[in-house]
Structure formats: structure tokens, C-alpha cells
Design a protein around this ligand. Structure first.
Ligand code: URA
Length: 196
């Protein structure tokens, strides 16, 4: 694919973002405050993929700005310069009532994720938790079996992690989160993204 100029990319991504913000294709549109599109670089090496906005994200219109987001941002700080440019988004763009992930809405929403990734063209994806992993790899094993190791998806590499909300719920899973973030850091320091 030919390289896209910064300005053309910015415009195409903004048009897509506006389409997502105005979307009424599924019932979640009726209960949202804001659709939650993306935060990060338009030329990310790595994109973190969450499940769906929670209450804080719905109010702010930004992904991962609540408690889970603070843990994710700490991990991003720890990864430091080895991470480089990155982005954060969700499979579902609107908050599901009671934060219950809605597979039907996820199917309707899916083309937005594919179009975002088509423009951003990251080298690798980091699905956060079971639902994000399943969206990238239908039929994938349980997240605890595969988190903390690189994994091949259909069209790119990934490095699944457990969801930060799970890490906040138990000491055991917090330890697992810390270990897996360290493993992601080692993978990046070994130059994994340069060789994909
Ligand atoms: N959990 C997610 O999966 N995504 C968010 O944006 C916030 C919490």
C-alpha cells in the first residue's frame, strides 16, 4: 500500500471518527453519552484493544480513562521508550448498559474496528481480556492460557494481556498483569516490532 500523507490520514481518521460519534446502527446509541473512538498516535506501532467503554469513558468520550485506564497508563509508562507510538481503542464504541458486553452490538460495530486498524496500520495489537481477544481471534483459548506471550492473529501479531479491570479485582491477577506487562516489555526490547 502506498504511504498516506499525514494530512490525508488525519482527515480520513477524523471522518471515520465523526461517523462513529454519530452512529445509530445499534440500540447502544440510545443510552450512550458519547461514543468512544480512540486515543493515541495516528501512526501507532502497537494498539491496545479494550472491550467496551465503561461509565468514566462514556462520560469523557475517551477510552480507558477510569480505574482500568489508570492501570493501563501505568503499564504504558513502565514500557517506556521501548513501546514507541501507541494507541488505545475498544471493540465496542458505546457503553453497554450495566457494562455487559453485547456480542450482537459487537458484530454491528466490527467494521469500525477494522476500518480504524486499516488506517492506523499498527505492527501489533494488544487485546485486553477475553472479549477483545475473541474479537481478534474467534475461538481463541481462554485469556489466562495465552496472556503474556506473543500470538499470531489472522493478519498481524499480537500480545494478549488480561483485562486491567480483572487485575484490579484480585491480588493474584494483579501479579499476573505485572508479570505479563514485563514480558511485553521484554518482547518489545528484543525488537519484536521491527521484525514483524
Ligand atoms: N474497559 C474497557 O474495556 N475499555 C475502556 O475503555 C474502559 C474500561
Amino acid at each position: 500500500m502506498s504511504p498516506v500523507s499525514e494530512e490525508a490520514l488525519r482527515r480520513a481518521f477524523e471522518l471515520l471518527s465523526e461517523e462513529i460519534r454519530r452512529c445509530t446502527l445499534c440500540p447502544l446509541a440510545a443510552s450512550r453519552t458519547h461514543a468512544v473512538v480512540y486515543r493515541g498516535s495516528l501512526r501507532p506501532r502497537l494498539v491496545f484493544v479494550g472491550e467496551a467503554p465503561g461509565r468514566a469513558e462514556d462520560l469523557a468520550g475517551q477510552p480507558f480513562v477510569g480505574r482500568s485506564g489508570r492501570l493501563l497508563d501505568r503499564a504504558i509508562d513502565q514500557l517506556g521508550s521501548g513501546l514507541g507510538a501507541y494507541g488505545v481503542l475498544n471493540v465496542l464504541k458505546c457503553r453497554p448498559p450495566e457494562n455487559r458486553f453485547d456480542p450482537h452490538a459487537a458484530r454491528t460495530c466490527r467494521p469500525y474496528l477494522d476500518r480504524q486498524l486499516g488506517l492506523l496500520r499498527p505492527s501489533a495489537l494488544v487485546p485486553l481480556g477475553t472479549k477483545a481477544l475473541a474479537a481478534l481471534e474467534p475461538g481463541a483459548p481462554a485469556i489466562l492460557e495465552v496472556a503474556g506471550r506473543p500470538r499470531r492473529f489472522a493478519d498481524r501479531w499480537g500480545f494478549p494481556l488480561i483485562h486491567p479491570a480483572a487485575a484490579l479485582r484480585s491480588t493474584r491477577l494483579h501479579r499476573r498483569w505485572d508479570q505479563d506487562v514485563q514480558a511485553l516489555g521484554s518482547w518489545l526490547r528484543r525488537g519484536a516490532l521491527e521484525t514483524l
